[in-house]
Structure formats: structure tokens, C-alpha cells
Design a binder for this molecule. Structure first.
Ligand SMILES: *[C@@H]1O[C@H](CO)[C@@H](O)[C@H](O)[C@H]1NC(C)=O
Length: 297
């Protein structure tokens, strides 16, 4: 890239006619990471905003309403990264949800939910996986950092063999494709990304004991640096060659990615030190026996 290059974001492409004096060689248009291009604000009557030329998105919540957004694209497999900075201070009662979901009564879903807390008390990171309308696969974690002080990267790797949740590159949860053992796996229904910030003080903080303090409103969560290496679904077709073959093996390692031994060690470290709830060890909840996938890992 020449040092004279001019880098434009997509939001500024309309300025091109004003820049005719630039040679085409020096004009580089960077569309990656433009939140206008990737998302629609879906509700909240002005409480959700895309700012800084598409580099930042904020959701807010006050007593009257929360807010939310969704991706323009639907995806069928991908590695999806987003940086989030959660509601700071007294966020008790608030929930920030960030998830992938398909439609219909037998939907698939891959969930992150961040349950707020009193100042200084830890957020809970709640995760779940639904396949064909059935969830009940909660795992919950504390984080090893304050998720309100800075942006951190929350990733979903979803390929035909596994789903891996990672935080700043550290895997926290893996859900394997165990269809061979009769456990449905999300692999046929395209999913959209959704996020929302809402009031859930009937259950979120210490099981609903601590209510939202509306004197602290509006509550705000922020998003940036969205990145999707993914197969985009449109008009009944995937942008990847076929549903079960890699898009482009050289650039899409995520399609067959699995945890290497370092990843497995880190996953064990998180699960040992930060996991606070695991449906797979909740024998009281499943008197008929633990779900099949719990007996296999
Ligand atoms: C909030 O803090 C309390 C006390 O440390 C803790 O028990 C709880 O798990 C925290 N998180 C939520 C969402 O309640």
C-alpha cells in the first residue's frame, strides 16, 4: 500500500465524486467493520445508535424501553467476533443478550447473555445452545476481567462439527456435533445475529432479589469491531460452495477448526476456575438422567 493511499470507510463512499483528483491507485475503500453495513436497529425508538461513521453501536435502556439490533445477513456457519463493553456501574437487573438464532418453532440458537450486577459485584456470562427448539443447556461463568472497563471480544465459532464460545480468544465452552449419538446439532437452519439490552430484574441478578435502580438510567452497552468469516445465506443458497464443504480452505480454516491442545488446556482452566453453573452436572434437574451430550465429554 502506498503511503499516499487514502482510506475511506463505506459511510464515506458517497464522497468519491469529490475526490476525482485522487488516482484510483491511491483510493482504498475499507468496508470491513462498518456497522451500518452489517446491522439494522430493530427496536427501542432511538435508544439504539450507530455512531462514528459506523465504527460504534450503542444500545440503551431506561424505564420506558430497552433497545436492540439484528444483522442484515443470515449465516449458515461462521466465525463471528464482536467486541462488547457492558453496562458499567450499578447494572443490576439489566441483561445484554448477544446471540445467533434461526426462526420457527424448531429453531436453533447460540446464546451469550450478560447479567448485570451491583457496582463491584461480578457479571454472570450465561450461555446456551438450542437445537431444533430445545435448549436447557445452560452454562454460566464469571469473567477473569471487568467486562465494563473495556471492550472484549466475544466469539462464536460455528462449523459442521462443533460450536465454540471464546472470550478474547480463550475458549470457554464447546458443543460438539453428536448427531451420531442422537443429539440434534444446528446445521440446516441459517441464523441471524441479534442483540438487545433489556430489564430482567424479575430474575437476572441474584435470581431477581436485586432490582434495577432506575436513578442510574439510561444504561448503555457498546459494540465495535464486528467481524464475520462466515457463509452468508441468501435466496436459499449459501455463499460457500455447498453446505458441507469448506468455502475456501486456504482462507477459511474456521470451517474445520477444532481446539488444539492449548485451546483444550485453556478451556479446562476456564471451566475449573470460572464456571459457576453447568447443566451437565445438575443431576437434580435431570432425574431421568443427564442429557446424552453430558455423558460423552
Ligand atoms: C452478583 O453478585 C453476587 C455477589 O457476589 C453473586 O452471587 C452473583 O452471582 C452476581 N451476579 C449476578 C448476575 O447475580
Amino acid at each position: 500500500m502506498s503511503s499516499m493511499a487514502t482510506v475511506l470507510s463505506c459511510a464515506r463512499v458517497s464522497l468519491i465524486p469529490l475526490l476525482v483528483s485522487l488516482t484510483i491507485n491511491s483510493l482504498i475503500i475499507v468496508c470491513a467493520g462498518n456497522l451500518y453495513q452489517d446491522f439494522d436497529i430493530t427496536w427501542g425508538d432511538g435508544r439504539a445508535k450507530i455512531l462514528n461513521n459506523g465504527q460504534l453501536l450503542t444500545l440503551s435502556l431506561d424505564k420506558a424501553s430497552g433497545s436492540g439490533f439484528q444483522s442484515k445477513n443470515e449465516y449458515l456457519f461462521g466465525k463471528i467476533d464482536m467486541q462488547l463493553k457492558l453496562v458499567p456501574g450499578n447494572s443490576a437487573g439489566t441483561v445484554t443478550a448477544y446471540y445467533l438464532s434461526s426462526k420457527g418453532s424448531t429453531w436453533d440458537e447460540i446464546d451469550y447473555e450478560f447479567l448485570g450486577n451491583l457496582s463491584g459485584d461480578p457479571y454472570i456470562l450465561h450461555t446456551n445452545v438450542f437445537s431444533q427448539g430445545k435448549g436447557n443447556r445452560e452454562q454460566q461463568f464469571y469473567l477473569w476481567f471487568d467486562p465494563t472497563a473495556d471492550f472484549h471480544t466475544y466469539s462464536i465459532l460455528w462449523n459442521p462439527k462443533r460450536i465454540i464460545f471464546s472470550v478474547d480468544g480463550t475458549p470457554i465452552r464447546e458443543f460438539k456435533n453428536l448427531e451420531s449419538a442422537g443429539v440434534p446439532f444446528p446445521k440446516n437452519q441459517p441464523m441471524r445475529i441479534y442483540s438487545s439490552l433489556w430489564n430482567a430484574d424479575d430474575w437476572a441478578t441474584r435470581g431477581g432479589l436485586i432490582k434495577t435502580d432506575w436513578t442510574q438510567a439510561p444504561f448503555t452497552a457498546s459494540y465495535r469491531n464486528f467481524k464475520a468469516d462466515a457463509c452468508v445465506w441468501s435466496n436459499g443458497k449459501s455463499s460457500c460452495n455447498s453446505q458441507n464443504s469448506s468455502p475456501n480452505p486456504s482462507t477459511n480454516a474456521w470451517f474445520s477448526q477444532e481446539l488444539d491442545s492449548t485451546g483444550q488446556d485453556r478451556l479446562r482452566w476456564v471451566q475449573k476456575n470460572y464456571m459457576i453453573y453447568n447443566y451437565c452436572t445438575d443431576t437434580k434437574r435431570f432425574p431421568q438422567g443427564l442429557p446424552t451430550e453430558c455423558k460423552m465429554s
